[in-house]
Design a protein around this ligand. Structure first.
Ligand code: ATP
Ligand code: MG
Length: 266
């Protein structure tokens, strides 16, 4: 069932084994054996309800597994760690970080303050100290400013106004956490084309220059075909195909279950 390029050894990755999740007696994720992250940027695609978000939330341990084990290989020679028995905050601290499909509410904090707060989490700093002491600001100020210059915000000193700005804020928040493996759940949904291209460029740069492994869920398949070097196709809770984007794109199963019959050749 697998097809495609040779797998490099040294990328951060997660290994999902025998993982099952049911809601109300209905199995929504059932993944026997899956490794995510070893090809740099990987796409995770599939129809609505396939279980993509649920699988990502299981990796982050933001929902409980019914069964199975998930481990993280940091890719730097350090030993693999079982993360499915760790609390969510510990997993994030190890470098496995996820953006949210449904954006969080940042309305109580300005853009700058919410990013400083994220940076303080990256440093394991107590939140109340960040505004009293200048250390987080001096260490992260330039980096935050760089992101705010690169991505379009109406007023970086104000509050995130639109759903798009909240989405961008969520992505920057994750990057400030210094991810080794970054899970992106529909990061460009609802963004204008120019902004989407900037986000894609930023992700590409993180993967190529900082060895961050990225797993990206998107329904905008142009993002997947442009960005990823390997694709996992999920349907009805399981990963049913894996391979090169070009191979996945033309595969009859993907076309039938997801793309629609008219897609091939377009
Ligand atoms: N907390 C929950 N309680 C009950 N059912 C849930 C819950 N979360 C997800 N589900 C169900 O599990 C299935 C998988 O949902 P999930 O959100 O993982 O799919 P998805 O592949 O991310 O879909 P989409 O592309 O629409 O985001 C769906 O049928 C969904 O309704
Ligand atoms: Mg989803």
């Amino acid at each position: 069932m697998a097809e495609g390029t040779a797998v490099p050894a040294s990328r951060p990755s997660v290994h999902v084994q025998g993982v099952v999740k049911s809601f109300d007696g209905r199995v929504v994720v059932d993944v026997a054996d899956l490794t995510l992250g070893r090809h740099g940027i990987e796409g995770l695609i599939g129809p609505n309800g396939a279980g993509k978000t649920t699988l990502m939330r299981m990796i982050m341990h933001s929902i409980r597994l019914d069964r199975g084990k998930i481990s993280f290989d940091p890719g730097d020679g350090a030993p693999e760690v079982v993360i499915s028995s760790e609390p969510a905050h510990a997993i994030a601290r190890m470098g496995v970080v996820k953006t949210n499909q449904v954006i969080q509410d940042f309305e109580q904090l300005t853009i700058w303050d919410s990013l400083l707060l994220s940076a303080s989490q990256a440093r394991d700093e107590r939140a109340y100290r960040i505004f009293r002491e200048g250390r987080v600001w001096s260490q992260y100020g330039d980096e935050i400013q760089g992101y705010l210059d690169y991505l379009p915000f109406d007023n970086p000193f104000g509050f995130a106004g639109s759903a798009g700005e909240k989405k961008l804020l969520d992505i920057i928040r994750c990057l400030l956490l210094r991810p080794k493996l970054l899970l992106l759940d529909e990061p460009t949904a609802g963004l204008p084309a120019g902004t989407r291209d900037r986000v894609m460029e930023l992700i590409r740069k993180k993967a190529s220059e900082e060895n961050v492994s990225v797993v990206i869920v998107e329904h905008d398949l142009n993002v997947i075909w442009n960005l990823s070097s390997y694709v996992h196709f999920m349907a009805e809770g399981s990963v049913v195909l894996q391979g090169d984007p070009a191979w996945i794109r033309e595969h009859a199963t993907v076309v039938e279950k997801y793309l629609g019959k008219g897609h091939v050749g377009r």
